[in-house]
Design a protein around this ligand. Sequence first.
Ligand code: EPU
Length: 345
Amino acid sequence: MAYWQPYTTLRPYNTFGIDVQAQALAQVTAVEQIPRLVATAAGPLRVLGGGSNILLCTDIDAWVLHNRIPGITAEPLPNGNTLVAAGGGVVWHELVQWTLGAGLAGLENLSLIPGTVGAAPIQNIGAYGVELQDVFSHLEAIDLASGKMHVFRREDCAFGYRDSIFKREFRDRLLITRVYFQLHSSLFEVNTAYGAIAQQLNDWGITHPQARDVSRAVVYIRSTKLPDPAKVGNAGSFFKNPTIPNEQWLALRERFPQLPAYPTDSPERVKVPAGWLIEQAGWKGIRRGNAGVYPLQALVLVNYGGATGDEIWHLAQEVMASVNQAFGITLEPEVNIWGGKGKKI
Ligand code: EPU
């Protein structure tokens, strides 16, 4: 039976390891528990997954539903693919490993991304040339206000770069109970277009990679570049890679010939790596008290231990102001800010 625990610390439930309290917390392990929890909450509701994409700045004046709905199933589809369903509380990397063990391809490039299945569609997680939307079929979610179940097909989700309808119109209104993926049944249908993956497979002498080889390469690359949240508090990329007009990029390239650029959906704009901008502005490895810019990947802010959310947010603002001054580019946080001065509504 799920029940509310009053004044609970959220420290074990966020990968930055920030110690703030919620009004109350409940562990949700089944959809049937939700109506009673919603009816007995005495304040605004929030949903928490793996806590790997949030920065908690102050105590949270909300009743927090911790989504731990389990379960993974698979069924064959008439087109030869396989439909995999996973509970919103399943740990993302455990799903990736389960699918590889079941001989299915499609999620391998998304190996080792921290967080849960239910949180993955919210920011349309992506890495190494693949985004969640490429393998997404549909999802089920419960509307916390009405208690009604909704189904969202891919075309309903307005997926974009680290963006979806769940960050906008439906922000804080839904608990995602189950997500469905359409995966390939051939382990050889892999995407190795991303330079670092191709390079790693080549270094290992793998010429015909299977999905599990790609997963191994991704795990290796991520482990060398990104801090393990179990050791150093962090939320992955703190900022989004910004997109800028082509003319601005051409003008900047006059001054910074090394500035990389990647295509976007629009022919008029390019995406530039925030990590590069932050590094050039001199922030890589800089530490302010217990908060810092990770020395191996400037896009990641870290909690060296005991940092407050506001301390990290203050560092983020310093980085943003400095990048703006150096390049005229405004960085946008990729993580969700809860409470404090960084409050995003
Ligand atoms: N770069 C630097 N300095 C740095 C970091 C990056 O110069 O400190 C340059 C690299 O040399 C490269 C470019 O920036 O030219 C891109 O770097 P990388 O391939 O490491 O990827 P990224 O753009 O920094 C994005 C995602 C990551 C994802 C990787 C791989 C965002 C906000 N981040 O990072 O996602 O793992 O691509 O696909 O899009 C996350 O969202 O939490 C995350 C880790």
